[in-house]
Write a protein that binds this ligand. Structure first.
Ligand code: DGT
Ligand code: CA
Ligand code: CA
Length: 572
């Protein structure tokens, strides 16, 4: 699907127009980009079937943008975009990834200091040049530098959601080669790590050369790093590298184990194997040079006296010790999830109506669904005030009447935690909501003590159900608040406040924190934070993160039956 790549370009066109101080147009491009990115149909299909007219029916796409999409589909380029880039040779894409830098500031830095890319920006900061600029200063100079380091440290890794379509496409093509007997994705992808550095694909086959020959000609491949009998490495259009390894069927399980990693897990496993008189490598498990296992991964763990260890747990924490005692958690699964408590509707400004959310939830087989629009202070969307929440309550009642035999709709909100720890909706209204999510959306930069007190104060409100995206981090874009999480977790446990595992690019809480919070005894919601219908499907990423945090079904509140969850919510 080309939806995403076109959306990215439209977004960038908006940015360049913004730089040029052109009114209205930037927003139009960005709206079209968001709509294209969340579109479920393949834009190329739409164009093939319905032509330009079909494109114009996409929300936010008018004639001029439709023509540009057509041009891209036909030529792989948009001339207008190329010209804009030429006119303003600024590396907007990377500069914008730095936290705290928007188009306006970038334009200003370009005008004042001639900065066109990240390297030049860094040099300017090193020479202390930003500190005396209007609108910047010492503190913001420091923050920008932190933003650059964060980007540099994280920039070359990809979220699984960003690359999954490409990976599936390649695996699909490999499967079609008839010599391929078995195929698995190994590495960090199989461990469902939140970001992956490269993709490791493992194939069992007897004629590796034939497979390598075809692999390097796949349409997505843009560069060949190395090509051998058993291993070939390429780069695909998305920018990520793929290692393809071909092994024999007898070694497939051992190779899968080895290349799944993590390195730390493998080292610990090898030490255990040695202590039991075995030798373990990517070809198999051997005793006195005699092959004992290796065809199936499970057999290796079994022979070593271990319970099977799911890939998500293989991080070299204490999984081997627990597997030896047969005490691994029974990890939560996607199919255990019976509803979603973080969705944003058109009632507060998204493009999806409450009814669409409900229908989609029914479609997914959910037993219940929570609507949780933003409140007042948040101006990005039209944050709801007390009066609007009351109106929304009536609408939700209607939905429950209409769809009550299939699903229960819960009315909630995502209420802002203000700077002083109070909430931006009055208690008398909070009281009447079915659930109350609270989250920090403003004033991110606070001292650790202050921020911790702020959040704890907010959690002290008796109507609160769940603290959403507790640390504020966004993978690859922004670090977490300065926060005493241990305190927050203790308080949440004592006061029965749930914590969110947010399935969007936030992945917040992260797996380390989930594991720790679980040890303390906290409970969680896994939510999608949906702003576009398609995003309701990203529940699996939150489930992945929860699994990596050793969470079981009983730790996750939205795996309860409808009856149980009604009781749970009523207890507030
Ligand atoms: P990534 O790609 O950075 O997201 O992380 P991984 O875990 O996929 O790492 P990668 O692609 O370098 O290697 C894949 C797996 O191969 C890794 O998880 C474990 C195994 N492996 C690689 N190098 C070594 C090594 O030096 N020793 C051991 N024991 N295992 C290794
Ligand atoms: Ca890898
Ligand atoms: Ca690799």
């Amino acid at each position: 699907m080309k939806n995403e790549e076109i959306a990215k370009i439209l977004f960038e066109i908006g940015d360049y127009l913004d730089l040029k101080n052109i009114p209205f147009k930037p927003k139009a491009y960005q709206e079209a980009a968001v709509s294209l990115d969340s579109l479920e149909k393949d834009v190329e299909d739409i164009y093939k079937k319905e032509g330009l007219k079909g494109l114009e029916e996409i929300q936010g796409v008018g004639e001029s943008i439709a023509l540009k999409i057509e041009e891209y589909l036909k030529t792989g380029k948009i001339k207008y975009f190329e010209e804009l880039k030429k006119e303003k040779p600024i590396d907007l894409k990377n500069l914008k990834r730095i936290q705290g830098l928007g188009a306006k500031k970038i334009e200003f830095l370009n005008k004042e200091l001639g900065i066109t890319n990240v390297v030049e920006l860094k040099e300017a900061i090193e020479k202390n040049k930003l500190k005396d600029l209007k609108g910047f200063g010492e503190k913001s100079q420091k923050n920008i530098l932190i933003g650059i380091s964060f980007m540099e440290a994280n920039g070359t890794r990809y979220l699984i959601s960003e690359i999954i379509d490409d990976v599936n496409e390649i695996v699909g093509r490999l499967k079609k080669i008839k010599e391929v007997k078995k195929i698995e994705i190994a590495g960090s992808f199989r461990r469902r790590k939140e970001t992956v550095g490269d993709i490791d694909i493992l194939v069992a086959a007897s004629f590796p050369r034939k497979i390598m020959d075809e692999f390097v000609t796949f349409p997505n491949v843009v560069k060949i790093w190395g090509r051998g009998e058993t291993k070939t490495s390429v780069r695909i259009k998305k920018g990520i590298n793929i290692d393809l390894r071909v092994v024999t069927e007898n070694s497939f399980g051992a190779a899968l184990q080895y290349f799944t990693g993590s390195k730390e897990h493998n080292i610990a496993l090898r030490i255990l194997a040695n202590s039991k008189g075995y030798k373990l490598n990517e070809y198999g498990l051997f005793k006195n040079d005699i092959y004992k296992a290796g065809k199936k991964e499970e057999d290796i763990y079994k022979k070593l006296g271990l319970e099977y260890i799911p890939p998500e747990l293989r991080e070299g924490r204490n999984e081997i010790e627990m597997a030896a005692k047969h005490k691994l958690p029974k990890l939560v699964e996607l199919k255990d999830v019976k509803g979603d408590f973080h969705t944003h509707s058109s009632f507060a400004g998204t493009n999806i109506s409450m009814e669409e959310i409900v229908l989609r939830a029914i479609d997914k087989g959910y037993k219940y669904i929570g609507i949780s629009d933003h409140t007042k202070v948040l101006k990005i969307e039209k944050g709801l005030d007390e009066e609007k929440l009351k109106l929304q309550k009536k609408e939700i009642k209607k939905l429950n009447k209409r769809y009550g035999s299939k699903i229960r709709v819960f009315h909630g909100a995502e209420v802002n935690i203000l700077k002083d720890g109070t909430l931006d909706i009055k208690n008398e209204v909070l009281k009447n909501l079915d659930f109350v999510n609270i989250g920090v959306h403003t004033n991110f930069k606070m001292g650790k003590k202050e921020m911790t007190e702020r959040i704890i104060k907010a959690m002290s409100n008796p109507h609160v159900t769940c603290l959403v995206h507790p640390t504020g981090r966004i993978v690859n874009r922004r670090g977490s608040f300065d926060l005493d999480l241990e305190k927050i977790f203790q308080f949440a446990k004592t006061n029965n406040i749930a914590l969110e595992v947010n399935s969007s690019d936030r992945l917040d809480l992260s797996n380390y924190h989930i594991k720790r919070a679980k040890e303390i005894g906290c409970k969680f919601f896994i939510n999608t934070d949906t702003h576009a219908l398609k995003q309701m499907d990203r529940m699996e990423y939150g489930v992945n993160e929860a699994r990596r945090g050793w969470a079981e079904k009983k730790d996750i509140i939205n795996t309860m039956s409808l009856k149980e969850i009604e009781k749970y919510l009523n207890k507030r």
